[in-house]
Structures are given as structure tokens and as C-alpha cells.
Ligand binder design. Structure first.
Ligand code: HMG
Ligand code: MG
Length: 297
């Protein structure tokens, strides 16, 4: 069966904007966050507290949090890789963070400058301190389906690293198809493998990039397996600067069109969201890759 309601975890301001060539002005970011909440999104990943040289597009994270006006009832998690990032987030009164690991050694090295084991060591005190401070901590796992340098990622390897991240104390694990190579059968097999090792689908979220046009089909496969949290980026913007061949995330509008068509509630006003993506596309100087945004324009 399918769920009655799906929680959309909006990553446009973080995953989307981190991959824009131009640095988006702070005013535009502030307005983008406000418009997303107005469209009915209730979980909006605002930015990243990573090294500013690694992701210059989000170097204004401290200022952004100081400037934005949080809407009551909306959650604004941020990415945090290490204790320095956690300190910055705590300084800004952040209440939810996400750590981000890799299922492959090559990407761990490229994205975090450490091995898989080294990155878990880096995350452990972050999660411990964040939980003590009363934060909610999500975990991402990248390259769950394939990696541009290592090829297909063995399912057992994904499950092993994913369980380690959850065991640190994270409430949810978001399975990232960073380069968009997964297909629906692979999604079902991966979720089944997690369940066999004691991780229920309720603790999993899915994070699809649409490089090969499989993101919606993969999402439907995940919903059929019991997943109810889906990551998406408004207008389909995004990618990962440290992953060759990664394109934008599944577009939130494309996701909402499918879910509403299936009679699944999201709380999102599609017209309002599409207008936001058109507005942002003008500021970014290129059309939104979302088919639904284009169709509604
Ligand atoms: P490092 O160079 O190994 O860091 O980078 P370090 O611990 O050796 O520190 C070096 C210097 O950086 C120190 O300064 C630190 O204070 C400073 P110094 O003492 O030399 O003057 N520093 C910081 N400054 C500000 N904020 C910080 C911070 N950390 C250290 N947080 C590090 C290690 C993890 C920091 C680096 O590799 C990094 O920032 N990586 C982030 C890469 C990234 O953001 N990638 C994109 C997000 S992941 C993604 O998009 C995938 C996802 O969407 C899911 C999917 O699609 O699969 C989530
Ligand atoms: Mg991503």
C-alpha cells in the first residue's frame, strides 16, 4: 500500500543553492526560505555550516540564520560535518542538524577529507553534543546506489555504514542517490536489506538526484516499501560540487504532482511553490529543470 501522507524534506536552499555557480545574494536566500514556508513546506534545510572554502555558495550561513525569519511550526535543519560546524550552529540557536556520511571511500575522501571510519569518528562527538543540547540529528548517506569512481555500491556496504550512522543516535537516515543512477528494483532491494538488518522503513528517508530521470519512479518504489519522508528541491535545482555528474534533486513540484495525483497529502500548495521556483529561476538566470514548473508556467 501507499501512505496517506508524505513529509517533504525540502533541500533547495541547501542542496540546490550549494551547486549554483553564482553566489546567490543573501536577500534572495532569505526570501526563498520565506516563500517555501508560505507554500506549505514544513521542513526546510536552510544551509550548511561547512568550511566556507569548500562550499563558498553557503559561506553566508551565519548571516542567513541571523537574517531569516523562522515561521512557527516550520523546522529548519542545517548540515553540520564537525564540531566547528556544530559550534557555529549552536551560536545561531539551531535546533536541528544533519550529518552527512558516505557509503564509499572515494567520496568520503573527496567530500569530507577523511576515510569512512575517519568521518564516523568526526561525527560521533557532534551527535553526542547535539543530542545533549536537545537537538534532533538526521544522517545522510551518500552514494548509496553507485559512485562515479567506484561503480555500483554493494548493498551490504551501504547497510553497514548506514547502521553506524543511526547508532550514533540519529533519528533518521536519508539514503542518497547522489549521482542519480539508481532504479526502482535497486531501491526496493536496498530498503529490504536495511529491514533485514533491523532498520525499519519508518527510519529511512530517500534523497534522489534526477540525473537519469529515475527519481520519481524510485520515490514511488520507496513509498511502496513503507518510506514516508522524501527529500526534494524546489524547481529541481542542485547537485553536489564534490560529485562528478550529479545534477539537481528530484524537483519538489514533480513530487507534489505525483503525490497529489495518488491522493497522498503533503500540505503543499503547488501553484505557490511553482511561482517561487519561477521567481528563483529568474534570479539564477536559467530556467527550472522541473517538468511540472515548466508545464505550469
Ligand atoms: P578539513 O580541511 O579536513 O578540516 O575539512 P579540518 O578539520 O582539518 O580544519 C581545517 C580548518 O578549517 C580549520 O581552520 C578549521 O577551523 C576550519 P584553521 O585552524 O586551519 O584556521 N573549519 C571550519 N570552518 C568553518 N566551519 C566549519 C569548519 N570545519 C573546519 N564547519 C570538512 C573537513 C568536513 C570541514 C570539509 O571537508 C567540508 O567542509 N566538507 C563539506 C563538503 C560539503 O559541504 N559537501 C556538500 C554537502 S554533501 C551533499 O551534498 C550530499 C547530500 O546532498 C546527500 C546526497 O546527495 O548524497 C547531503
Ligand atoms: Mg544531495
Amino acid at each position: 500500500g501507499l501512505p496517506e501522507r508524505v513529509t517533504i524534506y525540502e533541500v533547495g536552499p541547501r542542496d540546490g543553492l550549494q551547486n549554483e555557480k553564482a553566489v546567490v545574494p543573501l536577500d534572495v536566500k532569505v526570501e526563498f526560505l520565506a516563500r517555501l514556508a508560505e507554500a506549505g513546506l514544513t521542513t526546510i534545510e536552510a544551509t550548511s555550516f561547512v568550511h566556507p572554502k569548500w562550499v563558498p555558495q553557503l559561506a553566508d550561513a551565519d548571516e542567513l540564520l541571523a537574517r531569516m525569519k523562522p515561521v512557527p511550526g516550520v523546522r529548519y535543519p542545517v548540515l553540520v560535518p564537525n564540531e566547528r560546524g556544530l559550534d557555529r550552529a549552536l551560536d545561531r540557536g539551531v535546533t536541528e542538524i544533519a550529518i552527512f556520511g558516505s557509503a564509499t571511500e572515494t567520496f568520503a575522501q573527496r567530500n569530507l577529507n577523511r576515510s569512512i571510519a575517519g568521518s564516523i569518528e568526526m561525527f560521533a562527538p557532534v551527535v553526542e553534543r547535539a543530542l545533549k543540547a536537545g537537538m534532533r540529528v538526521r544522517a545522510y548517506l551518500s552514494m548509496c546506489f553507485g559512485d562515479p569512481w567506484e561503480g555500483p555500491t554493494p548493498i551490504e556496504q551501504v547497510v553497514a555504514v548506514g547502521r553506524e550512522l543511526l547508532e550514533l543516535g540519529c533519528y533518521e537516515l536519508s539514503l542518497g542517490d547522489t549521482i542519480g543512477v539508481g532504479t526502482p528494483g535497486h531501491v526496493a532491494a536496498l530498503i529490504a536489506a536495511f529491514e533485514e538488518r533491523g532498520v525499519e522503513a519508518e527510519r529511512l528517508a530517500v534523497h534522489f538526484h534526477d540525473t537519469y530521470g529515475q527519481a520519481l519512479a524510485n520515490t514511488l518504489a520507496a513509498l511502496r516499501c513503507g518510506v514516508t519522508v522524501v527529500d526534494a528541491s524546489a524547481g529541481g535545482i542542485g547537485g553536489c560540487p564534490y560529485a562528478e555528474s550529479a545534477t539537481g534533486n528530484l524537483a519538489t513540484e514533480d513530487l507534489v504532482w505525483m503525490l497529489h495525483g495518488l491522493g497522498i497529502e503533503t500540505g503543499v500548495d503547488l501553484g505557490s511553490l511553482a511561482r517561487t521556483s519561477l521567481w528563483l529561476a529568474e534570479r539564477l538566470g536559467r530556467p527550472s529543470p522541473s517538468r511540472v514548473v515548466q508545464a505550469l508556467a
